[in-house]
Design a protein around this ligand. Structure first.
Ligand SMILES: Cc1cc2nc3c(=O)[nH]c(=O)nc-3n(C[C@H](O)[C@H](O)[C@H](O)COP(=O)(O)O)c2cc1C
Length: 231
């Protein structure tokens, strides 16, 4: 092929390439690459999240250093893969960071409130957390549809918590505010785990049984066990 025609051909090819990569097309191409990458990342995240089950435990104990019951209970579950424990009393004083908590709770597949019974309810920081954080998460996908379990320890024995007993009401009755708040927020209320009699001679036995039950319940929530789910 004569050199003149060869140069002409090369020029045509070059012009064609420049045309293809003209600014408009180039940006369209970048857009397409960006879109494809975003879809890939999003799909990967969705697939990962579907398989990833996390249990977030909000521990509300004002004095974990002196705790026997709640310390033993949290030790029984904190090493299970997928469990994240937050002691609300580690952040005393400051207001709760709603954005930070919103991420933590959105990431969880189940929520647990663990606390010692103080004046027939949870210690006050759990209420503060509800007022400052839960208020904004209620009825949102961060909590809706997720199981909520209360795990609590009492000083009084089981027999005291009943009609006619020393404390008049059952623990289930006393936990109604948590139950109805869960229902109100679209959460799925779970049977509470109650470890009675921390002020009695049965404390050690009850803690051991409670720790076992707690572990089973957390494993069920994580999805690694079906124990107790065979009614
Ligand atoms: C301020 C305070 C209030 C308490 N109120 C109750 C109560 O209302 N009902 C009860 O059964 N025990 C009550 N107790 C006993 C605690 O529930 C018990 O000491 C706790 O569950 C033990 O857990 P721990 O070893 O993790 O601290 C109270 C204890 C304190 C310090």
């Amino acid at each position: 092929m004569p050199a003149k025609i060869q140069i002409q051909k090369q020029r045509e090819i070059l012009l064609f390439l420049i045309k293809i990569l003209s600014f408009e097309n180039f940006f369209l191409f970048l857009d397409l690459v960006y879109y494809r990458c975003s879809c890939f990342i999003l799909n990967t995240r969705l697939i990962m999240n579907k398989d990833l089950r996390k249990v977030v435990i909000l521990l509300a104990h004002p004095n974990m250093k002196e705790s026997q019951a709640n310390k033993a209970l949290i030790d029984a579950v904190s090493d299970i893969e997928g469990v994240a424990v937050f002691n609300l009393y580690d952040q005393q004083g400051a207001s709760f960071d709603v954005d930070e908590w919103s991420k933590i709770i959105s990431d969880a597949s189940a929520l647990i409130y663990q606390f010692p019974f103080h004046w027939m309810a949870a210690p006050s920081l759990l209420k503060k957390w509800q007022d400052e954080v839960f208020t904004f998460l209620s009825k949102t996908p961060a909590v809706a549809g997720k199981p909520l379990t209360v795990v609590t320890t009492t000083g009084s024995e089981y027999e005291a918590y009943r009609s006619g007993g020393r404390n008049r009401f059952t623990v289930d009755e006393l936990l109604r505010p948590y139950q109805v708040s869960a229902i109100h927020s679209g959460m799925s209320w779970q049977t509470p785990v109650v470890v009675y009699g921390m002020g009695t001679a049965d404390a050690g036995k009850n803690i051991a049984e409670g720790a076992n039950l707690y572990k089973q319940r957390v494993e069920m929530l994580i999805g690694s066990s079906n124990a107790g789910n065979n009614w």
